[in-house]
Design a protein around this ligand. Structure first.
Ligand code: SF4
Length: 378
């Protein structure tokens, strides 16, 4: 029986962060939304009755905006409609403001065994600037509380290249983070997503950006400090203590099947990718009247898939397993990419060892450039 990842999108946030391009709205999830989500499970699950769900990820938005009762209902429905592996990884993104004793205990009792906390920075001034509602001390207390109550697999998110963030600020965030009782850190540089407040400010030339030297210094601090404290960089933005790599995210990077539920959720099943349309009201209306939610379907050609296979695998420390590539596409990687591989090797951006092709330290810093080389012309 093949496995399946399940992603559930809870698109509700108390306020909009200035950098965020994810779909979410400013209300709270209500029973109508939960009912629609249940309908979607009921509608889609028969196609997956011979699959074993081994990872579940509640993302958003803010999944912890669900009340305890709503969370119970959601988890009950997941177990009712899908076959769940005996030892699943169940991750829930949480906002530090929601992580009360009672809420955490409740989540734990429902089998949620990994939480991901959007901590972002140790600096309250920066947190305010990017629109986060919590303070760093609250995030610290929330993480420690979760650990004390029994969550022993906690991931946090950190950001760098924020407007007004100095190299020293980011270094302090890293050093603070590594002393929290966590197992995993995802570190993201600020990307200006279209339509966000930061993108608008940048267009008007009003967003302070770090210099190239500062960005490079922050990047180097990240690569030096996190491994020094036992967090291995196993993916371009992800660092984990031994045994705590994200099982769910691995499915994305390895092109494994995952089913996304909820407005704006994406799925990948075999060579087909589909994304549900974002509007919550439309989603509820369609599902509650017995229709399938509107979705964009994107069949992937072998060429599209091969390109994705290359850059998603290159994101991971182990890189592209060359034999697996050949088994999957019938010819060795060099059949399509000989020139590119030679050039990237000469530039010392990729390296081949033990049957794998992977990014070097410098290659990881220039990831986008390397990935572009794997786009085929024809
Ligand atoms: S970053 Fe998270 S909390 Fe902020 S708006 Fe985006 S989804 Fe909501």
């Amino acid at each position: 029986m093949t496995d399946l990842g399940l992603y559930i999108h809870i698109p509700f946030c108390r306020s909009r962060c200035a950098y965020c391009g994810f779909y979410s709205i400013g209300t709270k999830p209500d029973d109508r939304f939960l009912k629609a989500l249940e309908r979607e499970m009921e509608m889609r699950s028969p196609d997956f009755k011979d699959r074993l769900v081994d990872t579940i990820y509640l993302g958003g938005g803010t999944p912890s905006s669900l009340t305890e009762d709503q969370l119970t209902e959601l988890m009950e429905k997941v177990r009712q409609y899908f076959r769940i592996f005996e030892n699943p990884e169940i991750t829930m993104e949480m906002n530090p403001c929601d992580m009360t004793d009672a809420y955490l205990r409740h989540a734990l009792s429902l089998g949620i065994n990994r939480i991901s906390v959007g901590v972002q920075s140790h600096d309250d001034r920066l947190l305010r600037k990017i629109g986060r509602l919590h303070r760093a001390s609250e995030a610290e207390k929330a993480v420690k509380r979760a650990y004390a109550l029994g969550f022993h697999n906690i991931s946090i998110d950190l950001m760098y290249e924020l407007p007004g963030q100095s190299v020293e600020d980011f270094r302090k965030s890293l050093l603070w983070a590594v002393h929290l009782p966590i197992t995993h850190v995802s570190v993201y540089s600020l990307i200006l997503e279209e339509g966000t407040r930061f993108a608008q400010l940048a267009e008007r030339g009003k967003l302070l950006r770090p210099t190239e030297e500062e960005s490079w210094a922050m990047y180097q601090d990240m690569c030096r400090i996190l491994p020094h404290y036992g967090f291995e960089r196993y993916e371009i933005s992800s660092f984990a203590r031994k045994g705590f790599r994200s099982r769910h995210n691995r499915k994305y990077w390895e092109l494994s099947d995952y089913l996304g539920l909820g407005p704006a959720a994406s799925s990948r099943i075999g060579r087909k990718r589909f994304t549900v349309h974002p509007g919550v009201s439309l989603y509820e209306k369609e599902l509650l009247s017995g229709e399938r939610p509107l979705e964009d379907v994107e069949p992937l050609s072998e060429k599209d898939e091969m390109e994705e296979y290359c850059f998603l695998h290159l994101r991971m420390k182990e890189g592209i397993p060359l034999q697996d590539f050949q088994n999957r596409y019938g010819r060795p990687l060099t059949y399509w990419y000989e020139k590119q591989v030679d050039l990237l090797k000469k530039q010392k951006l990729i390296k081949e060892e033990g049957g794998c092709l992977f990014l070097t330290y410098h290659g990881a810093a220039l990831g986008n450039y390397v990935f572009e080389q794997f786009l085929r012309d024809e």
